[in-house]
Design a protein around this ligand. Structure first.
Ligand code: FES
Ligand SMILES: [Fe+2]
Length: 397
């Protein structure tokens, strides 16, 4: 993938001084409005293996949605019975191809949401055929159930997902956390945030064998198709003298066995498939809120799926491009420590910050170019030249 430099963090490019006091989100109006997420995108919901003919309820972009499997297909309906507002996901399948509300047994066709029986009113109930609930486009892919939330014709799911997940065989393992506290935008911003890892995660067990830089000069570059933004480190510093304060970070005894993480250094040991992707930086982000972290041997993805103003569904997904024995080895690795130390403890500390964050107002500093570029990426999706893919900010129902 070729890239073009977009913006430098630091001396590369003269930047206009940020106006003092402009610390709200007015300069990203669509982003500011997108409290409930971006419509007209596919969102991951639950593991496909966990969805059977017992309905499950999820919340996406402020909308309650019921998921159910019928044969080899999955379906999604608005999770609200039009009769008295009870959740259909509390009901069950009484007849094939349908779901019945638990209260009075109104029975809906799962394929299109049409009311096909109102059981306690008899087979000739006049309401049948006159009521329906909204149905949502669904897909099953990558072991996940996807729902398209929007008002336009759905774009092909594959267009909105990392291409490498369709062009290579791999094994995946992960963790889905519904109801993670914090607005989805804080979660994305934390994911792509340039500065925090070196401070927040420095002492975590998952980093035990990696020596973390103290700070770095970073630029943000976009992929040629404009879909991804990458954080690219131009230089890193491992120990610096802070005038009047002293050295930071200080070396600890545990760092003796640590590997330095310097630009280019990781590339030597990189998994061949990951290497073939030619990613210019090991952390990248794309719409509608997907982070990709390229570790040396596997890719880690995380989707931040908006639920409501203060919650998102957090989908962590680790991918190793191996089959056969390599597949088994990665599963073992995942279940023995990655799930616990990375998808649990490490990202748990992110969850703490996403929960604590409270902005605007805010006062950004140099590394926050990662955050402002992400916000600009969202804004650019609303521009006329990308009309085909135009999202809209989700409104409160
Ligand atoms: S509320 Fe659903 S059938 Fe009455
Ligand atoms: Fe983090």
């Amino acid at each position: 993938m070729t890239t073009k430099p977009e913006e430098a963090n630091g001396a590369r490019k003269e930047r206009k001084p940020r106006p003092q006091g402009l610390e709200d989100w007015r300069q990203w109006p669509n982003y500011e409005a997108a409290t409930l997420g971006l419509r007209n995108y596919w969102y991951p919901t639950v593991w496909a293996r966990d969805l059977g003919d017992k309905p499950q309820g999820v919340k996406l972009l402020g909308e309650n949605i019921m998921l159910i499997r019928e044969g080899s297909k999955v379906y999604a309906l608005h999770d609200r019975c039009p009769h008295r507002g009870v959740k259909l996901s509390e009901g069950k399948k009484v007849f094939p191809g349908t779901v019945s509300c638990p209260y009075h047994g109104w029975t809906f066709d799962v394929t299109d949401g049409r009311l096909c029986a109102a059981l306690p009113d008899g087979p000739d109930s006049p309401i049948v055929g006159n009521v329906s609930v909204r149905s949502y486009p669904t897909e099953e892919a990558l072991g996940l159930v996807w729902v398209f939330v929007g008002d336009q014709e759905p774009t092909p799911l594959r267009d909105q997902l990392p291409e490498e997940l369709f062009t290579h065989d791999f094994v995946a393992a992960g963790r889905i956390t519904p109801g993670r506290y914090g607005n989805w935008r804080f979660a994305v911003e934390n994911g792509f945030d340039e500065g925090h890892a070196r401070y927040l995660h420095r002492d975590q067990a998952f980093m035990m064998f990696r020596q973390m830089p103290g700070w770095a000069r970073t630029k943000i570059v976009a992929s040629e198709d404009g879909d991804w933004l990458f954080r690219v480190q131009e230089s890193v510093e491992y120990e610096s003298d802070f005038p009047g304060l002293g050295k930071w970070p200080r070396r600890k005894i545990t760092q003796v066995a640590q590997r330095k993480m310097t630009p280019g250094e990781v590339g030597k040991r990189l998994d061949p498939t990951i290497k073939s992707l030619n990613l210019p930086g090991h952390i990248s982000v794309r719409l509608p809120g997907l982070l990709r972290v390229a570790w040396t041997t596997y890719l880690h993805f995380e989707w931040y799926v908006p639920e409501d103003e203060n919650h998102h569904r957090y989908v962590q997904y680790a991918v190793r491009f191996k089959t056969g024995l390599g597949d088994v080895a990665f599963r073992l690795r995942y279940w023995t420590y990655i799930r616990w130390l990375f998808h649990g403890k490490f990202t748990g500390r992110d969850a703490w910050m996403v929960e604590e964050m409270d902005a605007p107002p805010e006062r950004l500093f140099r590394p926050d170019v990662s955050i402002t570029r992400w916000r600009r990426l969202v804004e650019s999706a609303f521009e006329p030249k990308r009309e085909q893919k135009k999202p809209s900010a989700a409104k409160k129902p």
